[in-house]
Design a protein around this ligand. Structure first.
Ligand SMILES: [Zn+2]
Length: 433
């Protein structure tokens, strides 16, 4: 659907510096035909770049304070309200929370140029009872979610504040977002709602950027998709001695796992699978009526993902047949049920796509060496819908994501995370009216 004719970005070499001309190729509102140039000579953008650097400490304060508002999966509301309150205080009087719980603030108007959405995710992986207080020693701050994704939220807040302060006027529209449901159990529900319910048709989003975690210049441009299921094996069950001789759901599951474990996968495209959790059983001397396993499979190639899904289902079917064949005199059946834990769409996006090229140029403009990679992030959803999307780093350094020992280190040039993002969104939305 999106027309992105091949455009080897011939000016890329020139972008190692920031000696760029204002304007660049004409950008139509509907179908950007060429990679837009970075607006590094635009006076307002320059002021905004300076303001970001000057407010580095403020950005870090936002990161720490928003992190101390808990946001377990499906319970992001308190953090969402606080995020909205801050956007309103910057001058976004209409900042709102949508039906799914996402916080939204808009700059510019639809229809006059491309619409660019930039988002950090509100949710964490941590359950409600987790202590979210942070602790600081020197430039290092520890706390659950401090990098993933309080860094992204702080970058989005900084961009929104600086845009208002410098009266940045995009040609198109920039939408600042704190979204829900990025982590596993959320199944991308926040971004799904934004891109399939809130912003559709004439109001659609042309580019989506997620700022996720600390780091420098990593650009996630390919979406690793995943299928996750709980597979249940069920039968009548009975006494381990008295009812011996019937097909056993636990044994069938064991056979299935053994078959799955032997499935070969190609080296390229990368395909992975994992039985991560098994459960079931009532006692050591009971043939259990039910056994369950949770399985995850991933690939960045949609056909390969579909294929491994089919082969895993075939392995489960043969395992059940084998278990039943083991006891030909028994009439006990075993049934199999699949419950979906999550389906994350996969999709390919070429490295010469304008959004990727703009991000590479923006990274070089702030002095970073960009690299593209494949991952499973909020960008999966737009990529699967044909909306150009990337996930980028927010600056600084970090580690231990998804653990309570998570840490973030404020490097002297951490402000470059927000500058990198600013160049991307202003290049894509266009500047000056
Ligand atoms: Zn994250």
């Amino acid at each position: 659907m999106h027309l992105t004719p091949k455009n080897p970005y011939r000016r890329a070499a020139a972008l190692a510096g920031i000696a760029l001309t204002l304007g660049g190729p004409a950008v139509s509102a509907q179908a950007p035909a060429q990679t837009p140039a970075l607006p590094t000579t635009d006076a307002t953008v320059r002021r905004a770049m300076d303001a970001i650097q000057a407010q580095q400490a403020w950005t870090l304060e936002q990161q720490v304070s928003i992190c101390e508002v808990p946001a377990p999966p499906f319970k992001e509301q308190r953090r969402a309200e606080e995020f909205r309150r801050r956007l309103v205080s910057f001058g976004f009087a209409n900042a709102r929370i949508d039906g799914e719980g996402n916080v939204i603030a808009e700059l510019g108007t639809a229809g006059s140029g491309p619409t660019v959405m930039i988002a950090g995710h509100l949710d964490t992986v941590f359950p409600e009872e987790t202590d979210v207080k942070t602790s600081r020693s020197g430039n290092r701050i520890a706390g659950p979610g401090i990098g993933d994704d309080c860094r992204g939220l702080a970058v989005v807040l900084t961009l929104a504040k600086v845009a208002k302060e410098t009266q940045l006027q995009p040609k198109g529209r920039i939408i600042f977002v704190g979204n829900v449901g990025e982590e596993g159990p959320g199944n991308l529900r926040g971004v799904r709602h934004l891109l399939t319910k809130e912003y559709t048709g004439a109001n659609k989003v042309d580019y989506f950027i997620s700022v996720d975690g600390a780091g420098q210049a990593s650009i996630v441009s390919r979406a690793v998709g995943s299928h996750r299921y709980t597979i249940s094996f069920e039968g009548p069950g009975g006494h381990s001695y008295g009812a011996f001789g019937m097909a056993n759901p636990m044994h069938a599951m064991g056979r299935a796992i053994a078959r799955i474990a032997d499935l070969p996968v190609p080296a390229r495209p990368r395909v992975t699978y994992n039985v991560g959790i098994v459960r079931g059983g009532t006692s050591v001397n009971t043939i259990t009526p039910m056994a369950q396993m949770d399985i995850d499979m991933r690939s960045e190639d949609p056909a390969a993902l579909k294929e491994i899904d089919g082969r895993i289902r075939a392995a489960v079917d043969s395992a059940v047949m084998e278990e039943k064949a083991r006891w030909p005199d028994s009439r006990a059946d075993i049934t199999v049920k699949y419950d979906t834990i999550g389906i994350r769409p996969t999709g390919a996006q070429a490295d010469d796509a304008p959004i990727v090229q703009v991000a590479m140029a923006a990274a070089r403009a702030v002095g970073w060496t960009p690299r593209t990679s494949a991952s499973s992030t909020d960008a999966n959803l737009p990529i699967s819908l044909g909306i150009p999307a990337i996930t980028i780093d927010g600056g600084g350094r970090g580690g231990g994501a998804h653990g309570t020992e998570e840490w973030y280190e404020e490097t002297p040039d951490a402000y470059k995370g927000a500058q990198f993002a600013l160049l991307i969104i202003t290049a894509l939305a266009g500047t000056g009216r």
